[in-house]
Every structure is written in C-alpha cells, then in structure tokens.
Design a protein around this ligand. Structure first.
Ligand code: E4P
Length: 217
C-alpha cells in the first residue's frame, strides 16, 4: 500500500519523506488554509520535495471553470494530480483532464456508486472519506471494501485512495482490504510506530543493560 501524507506542512512532509514514508501528498482547501500559504507557492514547494503524485484541489463548481483551474494547477509540476469533487461537473472535468494526460483524484466520495462513476470517467484516484463516514455512524471501511470488490470485478485501473484516515486502525484495515493508497495526517503515520509492549520491552532491556555496567561505544 502506498502512503500519501495528507498535509500542506512542508516540514512534516520533508521529515517523513527522508524516511521513505511518502509516496505522494494530498492537500485540500482546508489544509491550504491551515498552512497559511499561497496554494501555488506551497504546492510547488511540495512537488519539489516529493517525487510521487501531489493532489491540488480545484475550487470552481462548474466543469468549464474546474477544467481551467485544473490546467493551471497541472502547470505547477509534472507530478500534480488535479483533485476534483465527486459531482456531475467534477466527473466532466475528470474526463477532460485525464484525456489531456493529467492525473485526476476524484475526492469527497461517500458511496460505491460514486466510485463506479469516477472509474468510468477515467480517474487516476478515487478518494473515499473513511473518517467522515465513521463520524455519522457508518462504517467507512465497508465503503473501501465495496469499491475494492467493484473495481476488481471489472479490472478498473483507478487507484483506491483511502482518505479521511484518522487512526492507526484505519491504516491497517485499509491495507487488509487492499486499498492501493492511504492518505493520512503526519501524526497518524508516526503513531504507527508506537506500541506499549515495545516501550515496556525497551525499558526492561535498558534497565538490565544498565546493570551490566557495559558500554557499546
Ligand atoms: C483527502 O484527500 C482529504 O484531504 C482528507 O483525507 C480529508 O480528511 P478529513 O476528513 O480528516 O478532513
């Protein structure tokens, strides 16, 4: 499973990228707001750090304007994936932009039917929002599983990008189901390293080591 990092925080992206943990980046208007930076400038910087796809989201709501915005965003760098919302106009924009050779990430997906349409429109990525479904007492992982089944039934090439990931458990469940990609905030990726038994075991080993009186260096 590929790891995308869901942030516009360049320091966090750099740190994870140096560890080889970043296969791509996703941003959205809320994350751009949080960064406090200009979208074109910060996205260009991110594209210079990460070799994989960097999603940058359009904000127009009509297809023609989405296409124009998508073309402008795609000029930032060759690794831009234009992010469009899963609306009828977004699907139209997806079809045109993919036809022009751009990667397109169709976002704000909350149903398998929507995901089927995105694949038909040629999307490079479909972004089902797991956490936001959990927020309304649905099981976001069921959606990932349904989309996996449907895409495998017909051999669609659209990659399933599990989004709105909020926990370590979301990461492992998405991996078990076979999501192609998961995008998570930096803190979730870092939390994946933590386990209380690792901490407890390490503390015991260090205490015993202290008693040996030895040194390695
Ligand atoms: C995905 O591309 C989105 O940017 C993101 O995963 C949304 O996550 P949220 O629901 O935690 O805001």
């Amino acid at each position: 499973m590929k790891f995308f990092v869901d942030t516009a925080d360049v320091d966090a992206i750099r740190e994870l990228n140096e560890l080889g943990m970043v296969d791509g980046v996703t941003t959205n208007p809320s994350l751009i707001l949080k960064s406090g930076r200009d979208i074109l400038e910060v996205t260009k910087e991110i594209c210079g750090i990460v070799a994989g796809p960097v999603s940058a989201e359009v904000v127009a709501t009509e297809a023609a304007a989405m296409i124009e915005e998508g073309r402008k965003l795609a000029q930032i760098a060759p690794n831009i994936a234009v992010k469009v919302p899963l609306t009828w106009d977004g699907l139209k924009a997806c079809k045109v932009l993919t036809g022009e050779g751009h990667m397109v990430n169709v976002t704000l997906c909350f149903s398998a039917a929507q995901a089927l349409l995105a694949a038909k429109a040629g999307a490079s990525f479909i972004s089902p929002f797991v956490g936001r479904l959990d927020d309304i007492n649905l099981d976001g992982m069921d959606l990932i599983a349904d989309i996996r089944t449907i895409y495998d039934n017909y051999g669609f090439g659209t990659e399933i990008l599990a989004a709105s990931i909020r926990s370590v458990n979301h990461m492992t469940e998405a991996a078990k189901i076979g999501a192609d990609v998961a995008t998570a905030p930096p803190d979730v990726l870092k939390k994946m390293a933590a386990h209380p038994l690792t901490e407890k075991g390490l503390a015991a080993f260090l205490a015993d080591w202290e008693k040996t009186g030895q040194k390695i260096l």
